[in-house]
Design a binder for this molecule. Structure first.
Ligand SMILES: [Fe+2]
Length: 384
């Protein structure tokens, strides 16, 4: 914990506890030391107005640190070593086909009830598969156009959200189903955004961005009109762009006012968007994506959900085979204590594809400008 003097305007976007008794100028106790900021937000939503009336502009808060130390990560990981798996291509094709049909019907204004029903059924099958698999699954589909990107992205968000549900709601099959189906439907509102905006390679202008910001509410409306009845799925679609600190859209909800399922989908959505190749940017490596989410954790995402994601992804247990940014291949020996995201790697093939002469161990955390581009299946490149 660190102590910080927080402006009352920023109080409700802070995680922590009040560090000292807050007294009125007359000496009346307004709030005792040790009160969690979360509790103030819930019980006294107008508390900053009250403080302002008494001329109090700042209060001292014990703030939860941003990010995670290597020790915290190591502790979190001590009993879990989850690897990524790839979804069966037949199931992936089936689901993507159904997403495509549902989107097309919705985009053309034709009643999409039947296609959305088929998509919900595919979601149930997918959820069953996710519940059986003890690892995060991703699809291996390659995409070229926005439409393809959008379908594969929806599938990946469904896979990742469903996986997060298996951890966050251990044993609750219905929760996995809700998150998986919600992931498939979350961007349905984009079906009615003009293609020239969605495919625009540059930065959107203000008017275009306003149009894009309509998609969560449009998605909820279109899903409801297509026969989706479960309010938890509908609210997930509506709230997947809300952010913990209230900077999201469409309703600028904050913290726990955002439905939990919407918060989970937000993390899955951003992670997949960062790791996918888009028209206007190169894909981030998993590490950079995790780093981006970590930097924004305290402000934009629910820390508990990010913690589950961190436990499940991106870290490289010993013996993981990895490809580095220069094309060389190696085996992870150990993560340095200070930086679990940049382990020591025993190089088995150099950038030229040949075995190096002698033993080479690269310490990625010690001044190397190389980074891990991806994990390899052992069959992708022999390590003998
Ligand atoms: Fe979205």
């Amino acid at each position: 914990m660190q102590t910080a003097l927080i402006s009352i305007d920023d109080l409700f976007s802070t995680q922590g506890t009040v560090e000292e008794d807050i007294l009125s100028p007359q000496g009346a106790l307004l709030l005792p030391r040790g009160t969690p900021v979360d509790a103030i937000r819930t019980i006294f939503p107008d508390f900053s107005d009250t403080l302002s009336k008494f001329g109090i502009q700042h209060i001292r808060v014990s703030v939860e640190r941003d990010g995670f130390t290597a020790r915290e990560l190591a502790d979190a990981l001590s009993d879990v070593h989850i690897q990524m798996a790839h979804i069966d291509p037949r199931l992936s094709n089936l689901v993507i086909g159904r997403i495509r049909e549902a989107y097309r019907k919705v985009a053309s204004g034709i009643a999409a009830r039947k296609d959305v029903t088929l998509l919900l059924e595919a979601g149930t099958t997918l959820a069953r598969e996710i519940s059986k698999t003890p690892s995060v699954m991703f699809s291996l589909e390659r995409v070229r156009t926005w439409d393809e990107y959008s379908y594969v992205h929806s599938l990946n968000v469904a896979l990742l959200s469903g996986f997060l549900a298996t951890v966050l709601f251990r044993g609750d099959v219905r929760a996995v189903e809700l998150l998986t189906i919600g992931g498939l439907l979350h961007d349905l509102g984009k079906a009615v955004i003009p293609r020239e905006i969605l495919n625009k390679p540059g930065i959107l202008d203000a008017d275009e961005y306003e149009i894009v910001k309509r998609h969560p509410a449009d998605g909820e409306r279109l899903a409801r009109a297509s026969g989706v009845q479960d309010e938890r799925i509908l609210s997930l679609v509506r709230t997947h762009h809300e952010r913990w600190n209230g900077t999201g859209y469409p309703s600028k909800l904050k913290g726990e006012d955002i439905p939990f399922l919407g918060r989970i989908t937000a993390v899955a959505d951003v992670f997949d968007a960062l790791t996918s190749r888009r028209v206007y940017k190169e894909a981030y490596t998993n590490n950079r994506a995790i780093g981006t989410i970590l930097c924004e954790t305290q402000h934009k995402f629910d820390r508990r959900i990010v913690r589950v994601l961190l436990r499940s992804l991106s870290l490289y247990p010993p013996s993981t085979v990895v490809e580095l940014s220069d094309g060389s291949v190696g085996v992870v020996l150990a993560a340095s204590d200070s930086n679990l995201l940049q382990p020591d790697v025993f190089i088995t093939y150099g950038p030229d594809g040949r075995k190096p002469k002698g033993m080479t161990v690269l310490r990625l955390s010690r001044g190397s400008n190389l980074f891990i581009r991806r994990c390899l299946e052992i069959s992708q490149k022999s390590i003998a």
